[in-house]
Design a binder for this molecule. Structure first.
Ligand code: 7PJ
Length: 284
């Protein structure tokens, strides 16, 4: 008899009116609408350009597009609600009817409300709905929620991350956030979890999490992994952000092997091919 059986994973993820099958890995394409994003900063600074980029990612195979107006890269300064709103809401409006769930990457409860009203189907919160207002903003709706672990604040999180056992601590934190979300009325099939690679973690912490990703299966909700272009890959390969595609694909495949079901990536076209090879291997 299996000790500690994992709760069964729902076969789908509910995001507003979208029901995404989890029979195969899903790709979340990143659309940053920030002047200071570390990898594509400034390139998509206008709403039209950001929406065009999002549509291109959808054409390339993105199952979800994630729109963010606050850079959470290490050392980034916070932005005001008004500034973040001006960046993302026009993009969401332009993406109405785009055919896939649009995710809003924000930690501000008020912006969650406005984004949902503007059509967002998923809330990606790097603070895992710790603000009770954020829980309230999402619980009363049908949107999906991504609960991510972060140690500290973006401004300072990479200064001295410390854990006794990073995998156990991140897993216990996420288990608590899943319980809190469910207690607030967010059904399990609306919840995703994410260890938050690079968010208050050294490269060693990120690698320990990637290696021991199967230990997150017991949470009973799908796992999202975001390694795309991150600095740990730069540490390993010696490459700058624009040169980290091969490293990103390698990390994405390792995350899939570890049980991740959703990959948050900048390079959708290439990731799609890697996922197809993984799926062909899995089914062989
Ligand atoms: C992540 C994120 C991640 C989730 C960013 C970057 C830095 N949201 N937002 N997971 N990373 N859920 O794009 O590399 O890993 S911002």
């Amino acid at each position: 008899m299996a000790l500690n059986p994992s709760p069964p994973l729902a076969p789908h993820l509910q995001c507003g009116t979208y029901r995404l099958s989890l029979d195969r890995p899903l790709i979340m394409g990143v659309v940053n609408v920030t002047p200071d994003s570390f990898s594509d900063g400034g390139q998509f600074a206008t709403a039209d350009a950001a929406a065009t980029h999002a549509r291109r990612l959808i054409d390339e195979g993105a199952d979800i597009v994630d729109i963010g107006g606050e850079s959470t890269r290490p050392g980034a300064a916070p932005v005001s609600l008004d500034e973040e709103r001006k960046r993302v809401l026009p993009v969401l409006e332009r993406l109405a009817g785009c055919g896939v769930p649009v995710s809003i990457d924000t930690r501000k409860a008020q912006l969650m409300r406005e984004a949902i009203a503007a059509g967002a189907s998923l809330v990606n919160d790097v603070t895992a709905l710790e603000d009770p207002e954020a829980t309230a903003a999402t619980a009363a709706t049908a949107v999906g929620v991504c609960l991510m672990h972060m140690q500290g604040e973006p401004h300072t999180m990479q200064q001295n991350p410390h854990y006794d056992d990073v995998v156990r601590e991140v897993r216990e934190y996420l288990a608590g956030r899943v319980r809190a979300a469910e207690a607030a009325g967010i059904a399990r099939d609306r919840i995703l979890v994410d260890p938050g690679f690079g968010f208050g973690k050294t490269p060693e912490h990120n690698l320990a999490l990637l290696k021991r990703l199967p230990e997150f299966a017991g949470l009973g909700v799908p796992l999202l992994a975001g390694w795309s272009r991150k600095s740990s890959l730069g540490r390993i390969t010696g490459r700058d952000t624009g040169e980290r595609l091969a490293g990103s694909l390698a990390a994405a495949l390792l995350a899939l092997l570890g049980g991740a079901r959703i990959l948050r990536v900048h390079d959708v076209k290439e990731t799609r091919d890697a996922v197809l090879v993984f799926e062909a291997w899995r089914k062989a």
